[in-house]
Design a protein around this ligand. Sequence first.
Ligand code: ZN
Length: 350
Amino acid sequence: MKTHRFILEPYKGKTTRHNCPSCKEKGCFSRYIDSDKIIEFPAHVGRCNRENNCGYHFTPKQYFEQNPEKAELIRDFSPRSQAVQQQKQVPVSFIDESIVSRSLTRYDQNKLFQFLTSVLETEQTLNLMKKYRVGTANYWPGATIFWQTDSSGKVRTGKIMLYDPSNGRRIKQPHNHISWVHSMVGGNEFNLKQCFFGEHMLNQNKALPIAIVESEKSALIASCYLPEFCWIASGGKHGCFRDENLNVLEGRKIVLFPDLGAFDQWSLKANHMKELGYEVEIFDYLERNASVQQRREGYDIADFLLQVQPKESNLQMMINKNPQLKKLIEHFDLVLDQSSPTVSATQSHI
Ligand SMILES: [Zn+2]
C-alpha cells in the first residue's frame, strides 16, 4: 500500500521541472502529483528548490483547504475502498450554532456589507445578511463569512472571503483571500459535506423557481433585483453539483445562471441534471450578448443587474436605463404587474 498519495513529481528530465510561480526562476519548481491520478493540481501547487532564496512551498493540504470540494472528491472516489467504506459510516459534521450566531454582527466593519450598502438600501442589506446568514470574521479585518446552512437549518461550514468595499470584487492579491471555518474549528475528524449557500431558504417558498449562481455575493444581489426566484449559490464553478447535493432541488423549476466563461461547463451540468429528472434550464442571454470587456472580466448576472439601481423601483425607468433587463424579463416570460413596481413570474415558461 502506498503511504504517500500526493508526492512531488519525480525527476524525469527537464519537462518535469518548471518555473517557480514565486521567484520566477527557471526549472527549479517541482509540482505535486496524485499517484492515484484522480486529482490534477493547478500549476502553483508545488515546491521551489531554492529553499534559502525563495522557500515557496504550496502543499496539497493547503490546496484542499482552499478547495474542499476536491477534498470531498478524493474521499469519495478514492480506490482505497476500505477508507471509503469507513467514511460512509461517519455522520456529517456541523458547525456549532453559537459560532455562527456570534458572527452575525459587526456589519459596519464588514467590507462586503460596506459595498452592498453603496448599491442597495441599508435596511435591505441587513435583511439580506440575516436571511442568507452572512457573518463577519476576524480572520482578516472586515472579512465576510458565508455560512452554508442546509435544508434542515444546520450549518455545514463557512466560507471566509475578503472584498474590496469600493467595487465589491474579491481580494486576490498578494494571495487569494479564501478560508474555511471547518478547517479552523473542525479538527481532523470533521466530516465535511458542503451544501448550497442559501439552501435553508428553499423550503420557505416552495412555489418559487430556484436560480443557481456561482458566487454567494451574486445570489444576495440578484435576490434583490429578481425576487421571483429563490437565489442560491453553488460556491464555485464545480461547487455543489454532485448528485447527492441535488436532492434538495427535487420537484422545483431550476434555472442555472453561469458566469461568463463557464457556460459550456454548466450546460453539461444542466444536461446531467435533466437526465436525472430535474426540470432545469440555463440562462444563456449573457453568453450570447456580452461585450468583449464583460467577457474578459468574467461578468455574472449580478454584475449585469448592478448596472441598474434597485432603489429606482420604477421598472420602466430601470428598463430605460438598461434595455438588457427587458430582454431578461422577456426571456423568462416575466409579466409586468402594473399595480406593483416589481415583476411577477408566470408559470408558463420557467
Ligand atoms: Zn522560487
